[in-house]
Ligand binder design. Sequence first.
Ligand SMILES: [Zn+2]
Length: 162
Amino acid sequence: MKEPSSFILGFDTFTTYHHNKNVMVTGMIGKAKPVTPELQSAMFRCEMCGKLINVPQGGGKCSLLRPECCTNKNCKSTKPSFTFMQERSKFSNYQEVWLKPMDEPRLRLGQGQKIILKKDLVGVKEGESVLVKGKLGFELIGKTNLAIPIVLASEIQQLDKD
Ligand SMILES: [Zn+2]
């Protein structure tokens, strides 16, 4: 298979050098979490004047971003309070999966490479062999400064089993 050289092929070898670079990994889905809705943009209503305010969200496990102030210039609110409006907010699909090397011995420990699938890329199942292209990002571990490399997928292809 010929692939554009702009994609770096890796597995368990990603370092800070690869941050934000285009990467490509192949392997078997070792673990797949259920597809879940992810908040894309949140709609809020100002409790004082009723103005609707749309706030784009960070995605994934980011905290809910709320408006800082009312965007209505005539609003009399000094201590603004906003109500989240779920039915007016925008959600899309989100799934976390872990890829294991194709030739990995069954007893090897470790979860493998974490992959984030969004929108129409979701729906892969454990045991499927795939090729994933995407961008390498780092996900902080808890509230620490340490991070694990994750691949934000832009493309996923099923590979034929032998
Ligand atoms: Zn207001």
